[in-house]
Design a protein around this ligand. Structure first.
Ligand code: NAI
Ligand code: UGA
Length: 634
């Protein structure tokens, strides 16, 4: 990596007293043996060894104000020209694409061992559906033409009085050439998956570090000696030590720095979250080199993120903060879901309770939506990781506290399935059950940790005639793949037409909160636009600091786009492109009701249908978190 001259003092410049002993805020030695630490598993014992010579614990940093990570004195002079993202998934690509967009002179390479995925990222058929992502990828991967601002968005503020958007060269590359891409990079982001271990030590809780370990070995073998390695994947606290140890083992003379820079985006709003982040956390070791590396990363973000939102922390704090953020969000969901069970038998309405509680600004309204529990690829595994960490430290009560979030989460689906079976007279034999929604939440086609799978598993035991699945956005192939864990069941069918899927069903289960399943209301009409707005695409091109108002998109073909890569003859994706129901349309519930069989029940697991409206079309609704109509107390 190129280094330009810097005023950086090589002695410690953080204002932190590094001579102090390794102590916690209460003065006790960090991670000192507690009565139960003898049970700490060996893997964590080695991770907990804090005695690296160039490092200081975060407790010492906490005693003084953190230095501004973008302070020129901290920043040093590292020049980053090439970055490499390893892992072309939900995190790797949106993050790489937005960094490429906002740093047009940076060369951004995304590598993945999955050739199919990379081929699709290089095609007109992107493998991940995210609002605004195809626009950003087209501009950064293909470059763009100069074009007039007026053609794009007359109301957007002009830069330098100019009325045109300059052309851009491509600066985002997708490839399977891992070794070459790593070798060229000044900074390498690890964005590979970190699922839960399914076998062996810590199974069901501990993080499976196989992919991270394999990537770090590739970095050790191929990277520049002073490359910066960034943990973007969500990893257990103290992974940076593990990474550093692997680097030192396989590349003893290298001087690579390891940073933690966790990602907080949510699927469905990834581009928006990346363009307007709440915060950027950059964890580094408490050394001159560590802070310098952190500052080099902070500089990439500072091209569009206000420096007040870029927080430098110690690397362990950064790693742990990501797990804690997810655990606390999930904890709110389990908290309100635990109340939904009480509501169902008392006559209270959990959604009214949540609204009443959330109006207290100290509590806030977000993540208080009761439903079937949280799905998706991260909450479960990240809480599992936290539980495992606590257990490994001998903190059984802490582990149990967080584990309870998972227990309540599973309970929601089993309560829901049990209610379905009971309301259908305790038997599903000869009955058709339709499932509306397979994605783990609306506005994504991600089927990982779908809530539907647990429900279907429970229903299958009752030998239904058919379980029909419809989702407006998930491809039938992905749904089938996700169902493979249930084994072969001829009664499960996946439909691309909701009306066919629901025809002849005795009951319909609403499993995903898609707006299209809602009974329309005037409020819905006002909120239908979820597509990209012209102004944001314009902001992409001008590199103007985006305004908060330009936070949605409208998917208009922009005149600065260059043609997308042409598909080969017989392109498999052109043939199999999934064209389902338009997610912006509302289901016609009257039409569905007409073709249903008695007792025409809808079990609403997501609070999306209005019981009175449904009653009008002949459907009875059983809503999670609301009293059964028969149990009203007054
Ligand atoms: N999905 C999300 O919304 C968020 C995920 N995260 C974290 O980011 C990490 C990645 O998650 P996703 O992007 O969802 O996963 P993903 O499964 O979509 O993508 C991971 C990619 O890494 C590739 N990969 C695995 N091992 C590789 C290797 N040795 N060499 C090259 N490529 C390799 C896989 O082929 C895959 O394409 C995880 O740690 C996750 O917890 C963090 C925030 C949000
Ligand atoms: O680490 C990650 O992977 C990400 O996990 C979540 O993002 P995501 O899983 O994409 O989706 P969320 O919007 O958080 O929803 C997760 C699940 O909780 C459910 N949920 C959410 C909110 C709520 O009030 N109630 C509720 O049941 C959703 O339906 C969904 O099944 C976090 O919100 C992100 O900040 C984080 O970066």
């Amino acid at each position: 990596m190129e280094t330009v001259s810097s005023s950086l003092n090589t002695s410690d410049d953080s204002g932190v007293d590094l001579s102090a002993g390794l102590t916690t805020p209460d003065g006790s030695p960090i991670f000192s043996a507690s009565p139960s630490t003898s049970t700490i598993e060996t893997r964590f014992t080695s991770l907990l060894d804090l005695t690296t010579s160039d490092d200081a614990p975060s407790s010492q940093i906490r005693k003084k104000n953190l230095p501004d990570i973008l302070d020129p004195a901290t920043a040093g002079g590292l020049v980053v020209k090439n970055v490499c993202f390893i892992g072309a998934g939900y995190v790797g690509v949106p993050t790489a694409a937005v960094i490429a967009l906002k740093n047009p002179f940076l060369r951004v390479t995304v590598v993945d061992r999955d050739e199919f995925r990379i081929r699709r990222w290089n095609s007109a058929h992107l493998p991940i559906d995210e609002s605004g992502l195809s626009e950003v990828v087209r501009i950064t991967r293909d470059g763009s033409k100069a074009c007039s601002m007026d053609a794009v968005e007359p109301s957007l503020p002009r830069q330098n009085g100019g009325a045109s958007i300059p052309a851009r060269r491509p600066n985002l590359i997708f490839t399977t050439q891992t070794a070459k891409s790593i070798a060229e990079a000044d900074m390498i982001f690890i964005c590979v998956n970190t699922p839960t271990k399914m076998t062996g030590l810590g199974k069901g809780y501990a993080t499976d570090m196989t992919a991270v370990e394999s990537v770090v070995k590739e970095v050790a073998a191929n990277a520049k000696t002073d490359a910066i390695l960034v943990e973007k994947s969500t990893v257990p606290c103290r992974t940076a030590k593990l990474v550093q140890d692997i680097l030192e083992t396989f590349r003893p003379r290298a001087r690579m720095q390891v940073l933690s820079n966790p990602e907080f985006l949510s699927e469905g709003t990834a581009v928006k979250n990346l363009l307007y982040p709440d915060r950027i956390i950059i964890g580094s070791s408490n050394t001159v080199q560590g802070r310098r590396a952190g500052a080099a990363l902070a500089k990439l973000y500072s091209t569009w993120v206000d420096r007040s939102k870029i927080l430098g922390t110690h690397v362990w704090s950064s790693e742990l903060a990501k797990l804690v953020a997810n655990a606390m969000l999930a904890q709110r969901i389990s908290s309100i879901n635990s109340i939904s069970a009480i509501c169902e038998t008392t006559g209270a309405d959990v959604h009214e309770v949540a609204k009443s509680v959330g109006l207290d600004p100290r509590i806030g309204s977000q993540f208080l939506k009761a439903g079937l529990g949280f799905g998706g690829s991260c909450f479960r595994k990240d809480i599992g990781s936290l539980v495992y960490l606590a257990r490994s430290l001998g903190l059984e009560e802490v582990a149990e506290y967080w584990n309870q979030v998972l227990v309540i989460n599973d309970l929601q689906r089993s309560r829901f399935a049990r209610n379905v079976i009971q309301r259908l007279n305790g038997t599903l034999v000869g009955k058709k059950i339709a499932i509306l929604g397979f994605a783990f939440k609306k506005n994504t086609s991600d089927t990982r940790e779908s809530l539907a799978v647990d429900i279907i598993r429970a229903l299958l035991n009752e030998r239904p005639a058919e379980i029909a699945i419809f989702d407006p956005w998930c491809s039938p192939a992905n749904i089938q793949r996700e169902l493979a864990s249930l084994g072969n069941h001829a009664c499960i069918k996946v439909y691309t037409d909701p009306y066919q899927g629901c025809a002849d069903s005795n009951a319909i289960l609403v499993v995903t909160d898609w707006d299209s399943f809602r009974t329309p209301s005037p409020a819905d009409e006002r909120n239908v636009v979820k597509q990209p707005q012209k102004s944001d695409t314009a902001a992409f091109s001008t590199l103007a600091a985006p305004t908060q108002s330009a936070s949605t998109f409208t998917g208009v073909e922009m005149e600065q786009y260059l043609p997308e890569p042409a598909c080969p003859e017989n392109c498999p994706e052109c043939k199999t492109s999934f064209i389902g129901f338009n997610p912006d349309e509302h289901l016609e519930w009257a039409r569905i009701s007409y073709h249903m069989r008695k007792p025409k029940l809808v079990f609403d697991g997501r609070d999306v249908v209005d019981a009175a409206e449904m009653e009008r079309v002949g459907i009875k609704v059983e809503a999670l978190g609301r009293a059964d109509n028969g149990i009203l107390l007054f």
